[in-house]
Write a protein that binds this ligand. Structure first.
Ligand code: GSH
Length: 175
């Protein structure tokens, strides 16, 4: 379904879409409610800003931890991983501040920004909790506890109707 063999993939009758942003755009065109990318210019800008914040400031350090944990090299990259974790904590603190005052990242309603951020945060938590990461004390294994507003947001995301159906089946087997 995806020539790169990656998730997410959406199959809707005879249409197959891959790449997260393409899938969300497809869904919004197909079902305008909820407006995943916002209802007006201000909402759209806020949503795209949050997606970009994640892409430019969180993803690099995130992969600095995720890659060695899942693909090897922790022993050689300890210093880099610690620096990456520090950068991520600064970004997680920013997220915690936003979510302390509201339920969702932008416009106080679920949007493409939440759908973008959620798996990034969860992947980091999963990497932080891996046995090979534990001796490094990166403090990423319990993001939801260290950052309580992020924890509440996580529960909110996971109790959305249809959440279960988005979970890649092969990840469940791996867990
Ligand atoms: N740019 C792609 C990234 C897709 C991607 O890297 N997916 C990873 C998971 S986050 C994957 O499928 N890895 C292989 C696997 O989980 O089996 C998107 O946003 O859809």
């Amino acid at each position: 379904m995806n020539p790169r063999g990656k998730v997410p993939v959406l199959k809707d009758d005879d249409v197959t879409v891959y790449e997260t942003l393409a899938i969300m755009q497809y869904l919004e065109k197909r079902n305008p409610e909820p407006a995943l990318f916002g209802k007006n210019a201000t909402e759209a800008a806020g949503i795209w800003r949050e997606i970009s914040e994640c892409q430019y400031y969180f993803e690099n350090p995130a992969f600095g931890v995720i890659a060695p944990v899942f693909f090897g090299g922790v022993d050689q990259k300890t210093a880099e991983m610690k620096a990456a974790a520090e950068s991520m904590h600064a970004e997680l603190a920013r997220l915690e501040k936003i979510l302390s005052g509201k339920d969702w990242l932008v416009n106080n309603k679920p949007s493409a920004a939440d759908i973008w951020w959620y798996p990034e945060v969860m992947l980091v938590e999963r990497a932080g909790g891996a046995d090979v990461a534990k001796p490094l004390n990166l403090d990423l294994a319990s993001i939801s506890k260290r950052y309580p507003a992020i924890g509440r947001w996580r529960n909110r995301v996971e109790t959305q109707p249809g959440y279960e159906r988005t979970f890649p089946p092969h990840w469940k087997q791996a867990a």
